[in-house]
Write a protein that binds this ligand. Sequence first.
Ligand SMILES: O=C(CO)[C@@H](O)[C@H](O)COP(=O)(O)O
Ligand SMILES: [Fe+2]
Length: 225
Amino acid sequence: MAVQINPSILSADFARLADEAQAVAGADWLHVDVMDNHFVPNLTLGVPVVESLARATDTPLDCHLMIENPDRWAPQYVEAGAGSVTFHAEAAHAPVRLAREIRAKGARASMALKPATPIEPYEDLLPELDMLLIMTVEPGFGGQAFLDIMLPKIRRTRELISKHGLELWLQVDGGVSASTIERCAEAGADVFVAGSAVYGASDPAEAVRALREQAAAASTWACGH
Ligand SMILES: O=C(CO)[C@@H](O)[C@H](O)COP(=O)(O)O
Ligand SMILES: [Fe+2]
């Protein structure tokens, strides 16, 4: 698979979401951060906004649910039009059942790990997933500094994916920018979320293109575009 760049609309202007989606029309997915002020200390948007955004853009939506009880809410994001739904391992009560439900409803199923959550206890679950998200900041806010100490976890996860011969995508999220994306790609990530590095740039479309080029050149796993 080629590397993928997913701009995070957390750093976009929420009053102009359709235009902000259009500004990165060359992106692979639009990353939508859903926060409930319980799982993380911040509040963003919910199902109705995802529903409207899905109608307003042709770019598929990658919904990252930073919420309590994703077992109850995640299926509604599939119904709202998300093409990929990520729940947190720390919040899910029944991750296998939830991943199967997301897939059965027609979306890609993905699970996220906070920085202090190890991958190893979840090795046997990997075949149930289409993507694993390794957080490279503490979830809750955009614009934080990339945590270098997550690189060994990215590497170990890539090794587990290879060991089991899986097609699983490996996403990184938090502090991904021109100065950190190469390290992530070298470690084995192939899907890159970038918020401030894209929407903080004077030309967001060009930022997506440049990040993709950097990641493809540094990737030891993915083939280039
Ligand atoms: O999930 C989150 C934050 O919790 C992210 O998706 C951020 O939105 C990424 O923003 P940058 O670190 O790239 O500015
Ligand atoms: Fe995110």
